[in-house]
Design a protein around this ligand. Sequence first.
Ligand code: PEP
Ligand code: MG
Length: 316
Amino acid sequence: KEKEEKVTEEIPPEAPLLTVTEVKVNVSMPEAARKAAATGADGVGLLRTEHMMLTPGVHPKKFIKDGKEEELVKILVENIMKVADAFYPKPVWYRTLDAPTDEFKTLKGGEDEPYEHNPMLGWRGIRRELDEPEILKAEFKAIKRLQEKGYNNIGIMIPLVQHPDELRKAKEIAEEVGLKPHKDVEFGIMVETPAAALIIEDFIDVGIDFVSFGTNDLTQYTLAIDRNNELVADLYTEGHPAVMKLIERVIRKCREAGVKTSICGQAGSIPWIVERLVELGIDSVSANTDAVGEVRRTVARVEQKIMLKAARKLLG
Ligand code: PEP
Ligand code: MG
């Protein structure tokens, strides 16, 4: 038995699978960051803030209203740091707040949240944050503070943009708290609306370091299918030609302009979509922790296929 064990010990560990296309991970709970990092992911392609911001059970606007902005900033610093630490020096893209009004109602201070007939088409993402810039400022202040502590691996991602002015204004707010987009932090947008995909050039003109496809939303807005409505769930297809066409357009334009592209929606875990995106030259694919290994294997297979095809062509 002793011998057997010794032999087993001598077997070298499996070499990690390397891919040119980066494979990243989505993180929603900072407590799960170490587990997410253990997947060997090349960074965090989507750090959702909703969990950390809603967990204290208090509406973020109540912190501001009660003059407790500092408390909110501290909660954010503490939580984002856990993730930035677990992945350092790999990049972590922090997405600013994107919670539909119905998710805020039960929180302390959330009683007066407006009723919306369709929250998914309503007051969420950057459009809400520009109306309540104090919350966005608190988020940027937290990132600035982390920057000052040496965490230079945090990027900022703006959700649900539909017009370049939203990006412009978000950048101005970052500047107001002393955080310089592109210089201090990478600054990018989520492509979640057909509008953003159709005029991506205008966003590029305003200045972005990267885009990330939020295909969960991009699918619902392109197909006019509520992602939470079971009655139409069978029509909700991320691989719909119209969704793919928008994605292809954005990747093409971004490559021309030297802007990085990534995907953090669920479509990034569908093998044939991954294959298509890698062929188009996407820079990274970000998946949930439990899907990172499988996505890495898919990406590796596709890259091999692409290289073999190229080699055969070269050899005539
Ligand atoms: C998306 O829309 O694809 C996305 C990743 O964001 P969320 O699911 O949080 O809306
Ligand atoms: Mg989304």
